[in-house]
Structures are given as structure tokens and as C-alpha cells.
Write a protein that binds this ligand. Structure first.
Ligand code: AMP
Length: 128
């Protein structure tokens, strides 16, 4: 059965898309730790990030780098954290999280509650 992320990529489940190319897809995390929290995923379905072949993994990092630049510009954050967990969804993904302090990347803290309009506006800004 397709992963939820494959279904998002296929357009079967809605998302707030941030970027896409032939191999990768990026969209806003629905439970963000910070404004702009983005997930970067390969279109191929592999659970564990380090099971990706070298080309796919390195290309994914470069794709994430472009988005990180936009996130930094948009939010004015100190740095953009690149975090890999993958405990919930078995489809390799990188979390990109704008951060100003360690607390901004604490996955135990309460997530932001954004309205659909706020999510759309953030995605729109990142799509520019
Ligand atoms: P993890 O697999 O532990 O890295 O966590 C999966 C992440 O995917 C969590 O931060 C979820 O909030 C996020 N997530 C799960 N389903 C969706 C969805 N439909 N749209 C956007 N983000 C999602």
C-alpha cells in the first residue's frame, strides 16, 4: 500500500506544496514546530533515509538546501535545522525547521496551530 507521502505526491491527499521536481517533493508539515516547518521527500518509496542510493540521497540534500535558503529569507531565522526522525511515516523524509534556539527543534513541545489560510500563505511565499 502506498505511504501517505506517496499519496500526497500523487495528489490524492491535499497538502501545502512548497516545491517539486522530477525526483523530490516538499510540503509543509501539518503539525509544525515553527512557521515554515517543511518536509522534503523523495518520490521513490523508501522507508529509511540511509537506504536511499547515494545519488538520490545527495540530490535530496541539495533540493533541501534550496528550500532552506527560502525558509531563512522568509522567516529571518538564525539557521534552518535539518532533522531526520522517520518514526511515524515509513517514507524517507527530512524536516526543515526554521530555528532561533534549541527549543525550536524540540519535537516534544506543543505544535503550532495554524489556519488553512496561514498554511496557504506560507506555502505561497515559499513557492515564489
Ligand atoms: P516522523 O516520521 O517521525 O519524522 O514524523 C512524520 C511527520 O509527518 C510529522 O511531523 C507529521 O506531522 C507529518 N505529517 C504526517 N502526515 C502529514 C500530512 N498529511 N501532511 C503534512 N505532514 C504530515
Amino acid at each position: 500500500m502506498a505511504t501517505i507521502f506517496s499519496r500526497i505526491i500523487a495528489g490524492e491527499i491535499p497538502c501545502y506544496k512548497v516545491a517539486e521536481n522530477e525526483q523530490y517533493f516538499a510540503f509543509l508539515d501539518i503539525n509544525p514546530l515553527a512557521v515554515g516547518h517543511t518536509l522534503v521527500v523523495p518520490k521513490c518509496e523508501t522507508d529509511y533515509l540511509f537506504d536511499l542510493d547515494d545519488n538520490t540521497l545527495s540530490g535530496m540534500t541539495l533540493f533541501a538546501k534550496q528550500i532552506a535558503g527560502k525558509l531563512k529569507e522568509m522567516t529571518g531565522c538564525k539557521k534552518v535545522a535539518m532533522v531526520v526522525l522517520g518514526l511515524e511515516v515509513p517514507h524517507a523524509h527530512i524536516h526543515l525547521i526554521p530555528m532561533n534556539s534549541e527549543n525550536d527543534v524540540d519535537f516534544r513541545k506543543e505544535k503550532l496551530k495554524l489556519t488553512p489560510e496561514e498554511f496557504s500563505k506560507i506555502a505561497e511565499q515559499l513557492n515564489r
